[in-house]
Design a protein around this ligand. Structure first.
Ligand code: ADP
Length: 259
């Protein structure tokens, strides 16, 4: 038996795939993925954009995109994505009770992700943004080996432990020949809205230092910001809720850099 790398099979009807990844959870990966997808669409409304929530353990796209309910099936038994703000979305959160604690085992996670990729009418799409599961386990690896990925965006806070994991994430993509487009530094600075005092709650510029070390670009520097947090958690992402804000501008710039 010959043992080579699995063959990468394109997603039907999808032109480019950009994955948003992080070494660990809670660093702002999903917030970035959502605002990136919206940013690509806002920068060029002629582009069709989709958002795949591959974070099976903690799907947050339904809440962040304010989408709930089961997808309907077309006449070929494929799931039709739910749409909000012009973005086609699919998440395991549409298929199972969002708050139910499912103990997913490795192979189940991968087969769920495969369904979300292959049994959905994604096309025609110019860009599919994939919110990856956090970490560098089997799911991330096999996803990267199964579909052609045009680029990976790695999100990290400036905190030491997050950086260590971000480095591992970067190395994983490089090993499977997925181009790393750059790092997003999230929650580097908090600016007090009352007095303008700045605070580096998770450390200062750690992600920038890592980017330098790995010879990668910093795609954006997103502050720790109440509006971003509230927008994510209330289904009104900052790029659509306050498109003229500085916060939205950061995401629009990231979107420009990766397209
Ligand atoms: P992950 O996908 O890495 O687990 P999330 O995007 O779900 O992270 O973010 C975790 C929490 O942090 C969410 O409540 C989100 O609203 C919040 N958050 C993410 N980025 C920011 C930011 N730049 N400023 C404030 N809150 C943020």
């Amino acid at each position: 038996m010959t043992r080579g790398l699995p063959k990468k099979i394109p997603i039907a009807g999808v032109d480019k795939v950009i994955v948003v990844a992080s070494g660990k959870g809670g660093v702002g990966k999903s917030t970035t993925a959502v605002n990136l997808a919206l940013g690509i669409s806002a920068n060029d409304p002629t582009k069709q954009v989709g958002l795949l929530d591959a974070d099976i353990y903690g799907p947050s796209i339904p809440t962040m995109m304010n989408l709930h309910g089961e997808p309907v099936l077309n006449n070929q038994n494929l799931m039709v994505p739910l749409i909000n703000f012009g973005i086609k979305c699919m998440s395991i959160g549409f298929l199972v009770e969002e708050k139910s604690a499912i103990v997913w085992r490795g192979p189940m996670v991968m087969s769920a992700v495969q369904k979300l990729i292959r049994q959905v009418v994604w096309g025609p799409l110019d860009y599919l943004v994939v919110d990856m599961p956090p970490g560098t386990g089997d799911t991330q690896l096999s996803l990267s080996q199964n579909i052609p990925i045009d680029g990976a965006v790695i999100v990290s806070t400036p905190q030491d432990i997050a950086l260590l994991d971000a480095r591992r994430g970067t190395e994983m993509f490089q090993k499977v020949n997925v181009p790393v487009l750059g790092l997003v530094q999230n929650m580097n600075v908090y600016v007090c809205p009352k007095c303008g005092h700045t605070e580096h709650i998770f450390g200062k510029d750690g992600t920038k230092k890592l980017a330098n070390e790995l010879n990668l670009d910093i795609l954006g520097d997103v502050p720790l910001d109440l509006q971003i947090r509230e927008g994510s958690d209330s289904g009104q992402p900052v790029v659509v809720a306050s498109p003229d804000s500085l916060q939205a501008q950061v995401y629009l710039d990231i979107a420009k850099k990766v397209t």
